[in-house]
Design a protein around this ligand. Structure first.
Ligand SMILES: [Cu+2]
Length: 118
């Protein structure tokens, strides 16, 4: 290796380590700050996806409206009720008791889904 190459390697190493550290920090922020992808119900094309979602007791489910028309998520038993979600709006609810929670879209009642808390 020439002296010039050694210089580049010596500079590149700390930069790479710094980038790796920044990547690790960004990842841990995403893991703690945002709801995990597993607890997200996406609404698109008049469908709740996944139609049945299972979360632990104390888990939070976040509904995200990815459709270009408004939807809601309303518990059949009145446990939770979102406001009307326009495109890209979200609604979250934390489930503190185990059970099966059926819900539907009050604007389009044929849209149904289920949250299983266990
Ligand atoms: Cu709807």
């Amino acid at each position: 290796m020439t002296r010039k190459n050694m210089g580049i390697a010596g500079l590149a190493m700390p930069v790479m380590i710094a980038m790796l550290l920044m990547f690790a920090v960004a990842r841990s922020v995403a893991a703690n700050g945002e709801p995990s992808a597993a607890n997200v119900v996406k609404i698109d094309n008049f469908v709740f996806e996944p139609q049945t979602i299972t979360v632990p007791v104390g888990g939070t489910v976040t509904w995200t409206n990815s459709d270009d028309i408004p939807h809601t998520a309303v518990s059949t038993d009145g446990v939770f009720k979102s406001k009307v979600m326009d495109t890209d709006e979200k609604f979250s609810y934390t489930f503190t008791k185990s059970g099966t929670y059926s819900y539907y879209c009050s604007i389009h009642p044929k849209m149904t889904g289920k949250v299983v808390v266990q």
